[in-house]
Design a protein around this ligand. Structure first.
Ligand SMILES: [Zn+2]
Ligand SMILES: [Zn+2]
Length: 159
């Protein structure tokens, strides 16, 4: 779905719904994304379009401790400005680059909502995903997933 600057009047425009996103590239793997829902409001601002609201999504991530896939539920409030990409504005001008996450480029007056939401997901994925804060990880000796039970390697050393 595209957000078109021409379709946003003075009173702004609400947008809500669900969409399908292609899997994200995350740590050399494809992470499936499902149940993407958004509830947004777009309005004209000085620099472009101010887009704010909420996104929910479920991302299938690999736990950094036990290596199992688990669903991460994201509930992301965000707000950013869609700005027209300007070709003359490159390395020399850092004005718009002070905080990249607050801007998203418009291409010929349009922004792909899929790309906007995919970026918000990237920004909200933890660097070291954990299936649970209590994840016991893998046995350092035999590699068994300790969430599924004890492997016997260190029997007696831990209660
Ligand atoms: Zn885990
Ligand atoms: Zn073991």
């Amino acid at each position: 779905m595209f957000i078109d600057i021409k379709e946003i009047g003075r009173e702004g425009k609400s947008m809500s719904g669900e969409l399908a996103l292609s899997p994200l590239n995350w740590q050399d793997e494809e992470a499936d994304v499902s149940k993407v829902a958004y509830n947004l409001f777009a309005e004209k601002s000085e620099r472009g379009i101010l887009l704010s609201g909420l996104m929910d999504a479920t991302v299938s991530l690999r736990c950094s401790r036990c290596s199992e896939l688990y669903p991460l539920l994201l509930h992301v409030p965000f707000s950013l400005t869609l700005v027209e990409e300007c070709r003359e504005r490159n390395e020399g001008d850092h004005q718009l680059n002070e905080d990249k996450t607050d801007y998203f480029p418009l291409k010929e007056g349009k922004a792909d909502l899929n790309e906007v939401l995919a970026e918000q997901i990237y920004l909200n994925i933890p660097l070291k995903p954990l299936c649970s804060s209590q994840c016991k990880g893998l046995c350092a000796r035999c590699g068994e997933n300790l969430n599924r039970g004890r492997c016997g390697c260190f029997d007696g050393s831990q209660p």
